[in-house]
Ligand binder design. Sequence first.
Ligand SMILES: CC(C)(COP(=O)(O)OP(=O)(O)OC[C@H]1O[C@@H](n2cnc3c(N)ncnc32)[C@H](O)[C@@H]1OP(=O)(O)O)[C@@H](O)C(=O)NCCC(=O)NCCS
Length: 453
Amino acid sequence: MDRTRLKEQAEVIRQAFGYINRFKNEIFVIKIDSALSASSLFPVLVKDLVLLRRMGIKIVLVPGARARINEVLSAYNIECSFSNGVRVSSQDAIPFIQMAAFDVSNRIMTMLAENEAGAIIGNWVKARGIGVRDGLDFQNSGVVENLHTDILNKVLDEGIIPIFPNIGWSAKGKPYNLSSNDLAFTISVQMKAAKLFFMTETGGVKAEGFTVPDGVYVSEDGTVSQLNVSQAGQFLDLNREEGWNAERSMIAYAYRACKRGVPRVHIIDGSAEGMILQEIFSSRGFGTMVYANQHENIRPMTAADIPGVLSLMQPKIEEGALVARTAGELTENLDDYAVYEVDGTLHACGALHVFPDKQGEIAAIVVDKAYASRGIGKKMIYYLIEQATKTGLKSVFVLTTQTSDWFQQLGFIESNVNELPEQKREKYNKCRNSLILKYPISSHRIAGELQVE
Ligand SMILES: CC(C)(COP(=O)(O)OP(=O)(O)OC[C@H]1O[C@@H](n2cnc3c(N)ncnc32)[C@H](O)[C@@H]1OP(=O)(O)O)[C@@H](O)C(=O)NCCC(=O)NCCS
């Protein structure tokens, strides 16, 4: 083989190994458009999904069933109307819709079995009816209310692929027809997925027919290549015309998913061979990617945030993990604080107090318990370290009684009272006996870790 080609292939393999390592044990939620199952390449796509699972990526599948539902309903002469892309699912239609949805999932399960991959279909989705909107009763069409994430996590830990038909049940067991895009979006948020894929028949979002925000790259074939969250928001604002549009709707889901902690959403062509592998294991992207900035949702605190921050802190103060602060102290140090906010609600806070000897203290780190273990705490620390770097500090330190392991995992090392800035040394509370950890800015490994793909 010619050496240049060999070198190129080796480079592809190296890249792939890097990504495998990075995504091992991460959750990918994959919505597959219903039209794709008719493609001759569909079995190849299923094989690729099995490969991902074997590499240690936790796969969740959400097959769309619209085409199959249409087929079944027309076979039984049942007509349904649509409003804004949502089917009005009548009492007559729902048993057939359910049958079609499970049929699609069963077909995928069979194909997975052919590839010796374990899969399971379950009733893990709690739903409620859409109800009456603008005078129109959506009858048995519903929205996702909740998921049984604990069971799902167990299933995924066992190496089994969960498949979600687009059906959810009320607390009393009434079935509802759900949008599979909405379902995939909710699963990705609630399961803290690393990626959400919309695999379509047409690939990424084409710029034609839309107003694309300035600065957004459109590839040669006219696909909107990448949007960060704020660009995705602008895209939605610029294209608010009447009527439902499938591509705009996917961008809206992608935008909301990134806002709620999913780092990347990919809209890709599921009918092109190997597309999902290319998207994951190489630095080239083919469809449309919407991605969250590393400091998404973090911003400086304002005076209006103070009551919210105090109530975030309260439970941690009661647990003894945090020193109490007053509204006056927060007002005095307003500029030091940052908050993590999603849709107007604060979920985390933190502060960086700067000392004259170019040291900074990271303090008041709190994450709302309901939002724990989503990487928010880590994001907040990285944000504050970036602020410290920008301010020209040489190191940051933290005093902690209960969280030293966590800080050490983030790269903090043990320090002692003599290394503290003079003002802090004088005030050091021997009774509280906090551990002192520091993070030298010169060894700023975190910046590298935070690079966008
Ligand atoms: C510590 C804290 C900020 C972490 O927030 P978070 O957003 O859940 O953190 P991340 O998602 O980045 O990290 C979560 C991981 O850290 C671990 N962790 C949380 N608190 C920990 C602690 N006190 N010691 C060791 N590990 C801890 C979690 O178990 C989780 O592990 P996993 O990923 O294996 O499940 C949050 O638990 C908190 O508010 N604690 C109370 C206040 C506090 O101690 N503040 C620090 C003093 S300044």
